[in-house]
Write a protein that binds this ligand. Structure first.
Ligand SMILES: Cc1cc2nc3c(=O)[nH]c(=O)nc-3n(C[C@H](O)[C@H](O)[C@H](O)COP(=O)(O)O)c2cc1C
Length: 212
């Protein structure tokens, strides 16, 4: 197979994908076709991983009772997070929608098998966290691939990870990384919702190199 040539037009479209990929919290309830979800998982698995260890474990959460436990976990963690803010800040935090758990038709928990046999330990002797970083790269690949098909992904991290892992009855050695809400977004936007709500803004200083 010969390597593809990526045209300037493709690169411009790819840049648009990066610009329009959003963390989505407002979902339509109609499902994404199973074949499309399978395709996203296959694409996510093209992510790089330390020693080719592929330590990501994508867990579909469909059972209503498990979803309810995660929903309650989020409500508790979010209420706790609110107590970390005061005055105007607390009022503003309370208005933010920080998960699409009620509407997203698909929910996917992502774990990392932190000490997998696959990869035979290559590359992670000095930095064992590299397995987690690898799994996060798969999440990002999934996120971008979804955005390319008009599918929204919302990363929910406001959860007690130990309780979330317990609720999903997975291998106790897997580390809970992310809970993803997946579905078609109610709206598209080229800027983060947190910016649109006045909570935080992209900082142009981050686009400058630090030189040493
Ligand atoms: C590791 C990680 C955890 C996140 N957790 C949450 C979360 O719990 N709730 C939420 O609403 N957004 C969460 N986000 C989304 C960020 O708020 C979002 O990426 C950021 O505001 C930039 O917006 P954008 O992704 O639309 O560009 C998370 C993102 C990352 C990468």
């Amino acid at each position: 197979m010969s390597a593809p040539h990526f045209s300037a037009a493709f690169r411009q479209e790819l840049e648009q994908l990066f610009i329009w990929r959003r963390d989505v919290r407002h979902f339509r309830t109609d499902p994404v076709a199973e074949s499309v979800l399978d395709g996203l998982l296959h694409t996510a698995c093209l992510a790089p991983s330390v020693g080719l260890s592929e330590p990501w474990r994508f867990v579909r959460v469909d059972a209503p009772e498990r979803r309810a436990v995660i929903r309650a976990n989020f409500a508790q963690a979010n209420a706790q997070a609110l107590t970390g803010h005061n005055g105007d800040d607390a009022q503003r935090y309370a208005t933010l929608k920080l998960a699409g758990l009620d509407d997203a038709p698909h929910q996917i928990a992502v774990f990392c098998e932190t000490d997998p046999t696959q990869g035979r330990g290559l590359g992670r002797g000095t930095m064992p966290q590299t397995t987690v970083w690898s799994a996060v790269m798969a999440i990002h690949t999934f996120w971008l691939a979804a955005a390319a098909q008009g599918i929204g992904v919302g990363w929910v991290s406001i959860l007690n990870p130990a309780k979330a892992a317990l609720a999903l009855s997975v291998n106790p050695n897997w580390q809970f990384l992310a809970y993803l809400c997946v579905g078609y977004p109610q709206e598209q936007a080229s800027t983060p919702e947190l910016e649109r709500k006045g909570w935080e803004y992209r900082n142009p200083a981050r686009r400058r190199w630090i030189n040493r």
